[in-house]
Design a protein around this ligand. Structure first.
Ligand SMILES: [Zn+2]
Length: 102
């Protein structure tokens, strides 16, 4: 059977950036190193966006979730780079938060 491409086709097409998942996972660890950093959703969104912009994305189709574990475990460089990008992003956002400091 051949499925025709129509307006609903992309509804069930899901891809995930494993680097983004890695960042979400490491977020608490990174923020613990910066006890004075603001953890409001605005700052955390800025930190995440900054970090992701500095990293090469790695997309996988999500029906193959095991790929995440493989990237996660085998490619330590991905993790090292993600942690570095997050650390830089926290420092940058902390110096220039997009809201007044109290
Ligand atoms: Zn904030």
């Amino acid at each position: 059977m051949t499925i025709q491409f129509d307006k609903d086709t992309l509804k069930d097409v899901h891809v995930t950036n494993v680097v983004e998942r890695l960042i979400d996972e490491e977020f608490p660890t990174v923020m613990k190193k910066f006890p004075d950093a603001c953890c409001c959703s605005q700052c955390l969104s800025d930190i995440k966006a900054l970090a992701l912009n500095g990293l090469k994305p790695r997309y996988v189709s999500t029906d193959r979730g095991d790929l995440f574990e493989r990237v996660h475990i085998s490619d330590m460089m991905v993790k090292v780079e993600a942690l570095r990008a997050m650390t830089e992003a926290v420092e940058k956002v902390s110096r220039n938060p997009r809201h007044a400091l109290d």
